[in-house]
Write a protein of this length. Structure first.
Lengths: 405, 78
């Protein structure tokens, strides 16, 4: 008999807020955090904008000595994890599980040290390069800080990483392996060489003069995604654990699925996404017609939004037109391995408060994207069951079905 | 012209791991085994080789040796 799994704590750090309150306030007002890049001079690049977190002081939680040996990806992860644990009021113990998703790990450190090697010479390469940039560094820092000693691993499935991490935590509790799991995603990739590589892929918006209206998911005039940085974490708990400590939950996870497209390194494929949605619905045991809201992957690239729309129509048929859909990436940028986890935090807040943040910057109907994307204005509506999507380069798809409690 | 054609063929051959002798003036990138990602790599290599900038709008038209050479010539002139 599967165990019921509840979400009892949320934590988030993004370009529109360093905690869930400020994030939620900006998200529901449709305020975008996309600005001209400040980390380096982007003047020579096609795209010069991103969702940077500018007012972040890592010293609030991390001491100076530790900070010197910690990539920004881990700093952001610690902040979101800290908030989720405090929000749930749990004290992690030896058997608490920890699952972290990250798309690119400590790539800012990688970038800096490569630069040192090529410009200054081999003597200037830091001995901390490997431990700071390895993908599981964030997992190590979080486990050390909060004394989490149970089951754990780091997942890297590009932009699906964070949602995969939450889904795998759900399965651990559902199948009775653990009672509590801290799960989420983090990515910080805005450094010069890496950003240049994103520009070379020609999938970023070039609306440099109007950053806040640059990313336009599902709108006909969309011209690409905008990169962001951030982290989102959740505390998942079994019903037994929740009742034992008489705690409240935001939502209950009903189903999760993960699939591969097995087609292309970067181009999404509807068939893989359809299978992920159908399997998540099947596990949840609900009728697909019960889904009222989808927090979409919605990147703002021509292909992603068209394929995701096609997928939703294939899965839900005519009912797809009644579902409220939104995309939060125009607000915070595409935070890669964190994006699915942040979207999941946002979905839980929608279930709790009955507000769907708007898909901002929607200007023109695209005949190939003709569903209800909650354009430009937040929707106040009581949502009972929602779906959250995250689709990654590599053809990794993650879908979670979650219910209000 | 021939110099540009030869350099374009060499870049395409390198990126698609085919022999230059297999590439004719009329070959299309897809016939040679290229996809959208390979096409991007070819365009990046062309930009570096000829010190030119090819705008996004032109990418979809650069689908054969002939159209690639034409694009390079246009940008070298312009």
């Amino acid at each position: 008999m599967p165990h019921r799994v509840f979400v009892s704590g949320l934590g988030v750090i993004t370009a529109i807020g360093n905690n869930k309150e400020t994030f939620w306030k900006s998200a529901t007002k449709g305020i975008s955090g996309i600005k001209r890049i400040t980390t380096f001079d982007p003047s020579h690049l096609r795209t010069q904008i991103a969702g940077e977190i500018n007012d972040f002081d890592p010293l609030l939680l991390i001491d100076k000595r530790e900070l010197k040996e910690m990539d920004r990806v881990s700093q952001l992860g610690i902040f979101a994890a800290h908030e989720a644990i405090n929000d749930a009021s749990i004290k992690p113990h030896e058997d608490t599980a920890l699952i972290v998703g990250t798309g690119l790990g400590g790539i800012i450190t990688d970038d800096e040290q490569h630069k040192n090697f090529h410009t200054k010479g081999w003597r200037f390469v830091s001995p901390l390069t490997i431990p700071m940039s390895m993908y599981n560094a964030t997992e190590c820092y979080i486990s050390k800080r909060f004394g989490i000693k149970g089951h754990g691993f780091t997942i890297t499935t590009a932009c699906a990483s964070g949602l995969n991490a939450i889904g795998e935590g759900f399965r651990l509790i559902r199948d009775g392996y653990v009672d509590i799991a801290l799960c989420g995603g983090t990515d910080a990739t805005i450094s010069e060489a890496i950003f240049t590589a994103w520009c070379a892929m020609r999938i970023l918006s070039k609306r440099n003069d109007t950053p806040q209206t640059s990313c336009r998911p599902f709108s006909k005039d969309r011209d690409g995604m905008v990169l962001g940085e951030g982290a989102g974490f959740v505390v998942l708990e079994s019903e037994h654990s929740l009742k034992k400590r008489d705690a409240k939950a935001y939502a209950e996870i009903l189903g999760y699925a993960s699939t591969h497209d097995a087609t292309h390194l970067t181009a999404p494929d509807s068939k893989g996404q359809i299978r992920a949605m159908q399997k998540a619905l099947e596990m949840s045991g609900i009728d697909k017609n019960d889904i009222q809201y989808i927090n979409s992957h919605g990147t703002g690239t021509v292909l992603n939004d068209k394929v995701e729309t096609e997928t939703i129509k294939q899965v839900f048929g005519q009912k797809a037109y009644e579902i409220n859909i939104n995309a939060i990436k125009p607000l915070i940028g595409h935070t890669l391995g964190a994006s699915g986890a942040i979207a999941f935090v946002s979905t839980c807040l929608t279930l709790k408060d009955g507000v769907i943040p708007p898909t901002i910057n929607y200007t023109e109907l695209d005949p190939e994207c003709d569903l209800n994307y909650t354009p430009n204005t937040a929707l106040h509506k009581d949502i009972n069951v929602a779906m959250c999507n995250a689709f990654g380069f590599g053809g990794n798809n993650a879908v979670i079905v979650v219910k209000k409690v | 012209m021939d110099d540009i054609l030869d350099r374009v063929k060499r870049i395409v051959a390198d990126e698609l791991e085919v022999d230059v002798s297999e590439i004719s003036d009329d070959s299309s990138i897809s016939e040679l085994g290229g996809d959208s990602l390979k096409a991007l790599s070819i365009i990046s290599a062309l930009e570096a080789e000829f010190d030119i900038t090819i705008p996004d709008e032109e990418i979809s038209h650069i689908n054969s040796i002939k159209t690639t050479v034409e694009a390079v010539e246009r940008h070298l002139r312009g």
